[in-house]
Write a protein that binds this ligand. Sequence first.
Ligand code: ATP
Ligand code: MG
Length: 563
Amino acid sequence: MSEPEKSSGDDEPRDFIREIVAEDLRTGRRTSVVTRFPPEPNGYLHVGHAKSICLNFGIARQFGGRCHLRFDDTNPTKEEQEYIDAIEEDVRWLGFDWGEHLYHASDYFERLYEWAVGLVRAGKAYVDDLSADEIREHRGTLTEPGRNSPFRDRSVEENLDLLARMRKGEFPDGSRVLRAKIDMAAGNINLRDPVMYRILHAAHPRTGDAWCLYPTYDYAHGQSDAIEGITHSICTLEFEDHRPLYDWFVENLPVPSRPRQYEFARLRLSYTILSKRFLLRLVNEGRVRGWDDPRMPTLSGIRRRGFPPEALRQFAEMIGVARRESTVDYAALEHCVRDVLNRTAERRMAVLRPLKVVLTNYPEGQVEEFEAVNNPEDPAAGTRRVPFSRELLIEREDFMEDPPKKFFRLAPGREVRLRSAYLVTCREVVKDAGGEVVELRCTYDPATRGGSAPDGRSPKATLHWVSAPHSIAAEVRLYDHLFSRPDPGAEGDILDDLSPRSEEVLTGCRLEPALAGAPVGARVQFERLGYFCVDRDSSADRLVFNRIVTLRDTWARVKAREK
Ligand code: ATP
Ligand code: MG
């Protein structure tokens, strides 16, 4: 017998969910694969959602199936069109396409309601007049069974009448709910007569005022899956205890297909909070510039910061999918970003905190151009010409008047290399009245053109620089973790853990002229400094850059040490 056809090649990701999918196809339990990504449009997507998107769309792609984008829009009080638009943009940006398969739970409101009426007719659902607090109180605990509601045994006729009037809008919010009649003594609390509908006199972004009765997540979700023919309904572990209820609805309703739910561990990331509700709070309280603040773990924030979508897909693949809860080191995500940018970002020179250098023996008015490699990792990226003149700018922190032992960069009397240009020696330090260093007077060695000396001497340091008269102005925003500790909120108020150093804005930065006109979103490496991205706050006469990530890969170091 020939080997069953393997759907996944050797370089395809593998995990327990993909194993299940492959097995279902192999045994013929399923003949096709349909997954879905089901966000609730009550906020912007974050990197945790990226894991779920890559998993659902990735499985569909890998096994020749399809993945739906479905808005789980069952709570109109928290949902907005702005979020719907942002979510679509984010999923596309990540590189996935749902084609014509865009759906909304609200598309199914009528059908869900009919099915609920059917459950009432079958004696499997009832209208309850208890308040939310009373329902909670009757529910029991993990160790004690719940108690039946006094309204549990209403006649079918009375239930049908009340449900119809609930729909018509005869009753105020919170006065009545529809509950499934399952078992108030069930060990699984989710089966203790869960609420299916609540009264909410609120306009919905899509259905407007058509409804004042809205289904709960538990009732709407599985049935939406069944309507769409979802085969593998993949969600995070907090829904594991809801699975018996998911199955109960599917078994007790005339649904057109039988989806199955599988759970995996949600992504947790150090130095970050992945919760839409909390991120909304940061936005509302003005603690960040908005949902797309470059420090936010939202996909729009990460995009604005300059993370390439490819890095997020790579990250999702690297962390894999499992059922064990764990926190991923933020440095692992940065590692993926560096990996992509190292291959794709062109190199440029930029000086963030400029210090003037005058080459006293370089002819006034002379300009030379040096050929600089755009990307040593990618010969196809070619070269560019960088102007050099008598007046240069270097990084203030690359000079020390009184250097400690391990400082090898520029100091009085010392020679260093200027990248792709010449060796220069510091001869004199000029200070202002306050004693601050404002200028270095140096000499260059004309025999070292291109950066190497004929006599073989080689300085320990190579500095980046720009030619002062040719350089262009920029603002550069340096970003760091939003939180100052890896486990924000672990001790005390989480807001106290917001890092005061998460953003530093530098004005007066100077860039090599090749950066003039760089478009919003362009990503470059500033030599020796890190990767940077042109921010949308840029204008024609002033570029604004965000630091995407520094060059130092702490994650790779940690991994190397582990070996
Ligand atoms: P949040 O807790 O941030 O509000 P949510 O789970 O309420 O997230 P949904 O819009 O319901 O957000 O999520 C859509 C899908 O994304 C769900 O299937 C959910 O399981 C998944 N998801 C949400 N957060 C994560 C995460 N941190 N890691 C992996 N998947 C996630
Ligand atoms: Mg949710």
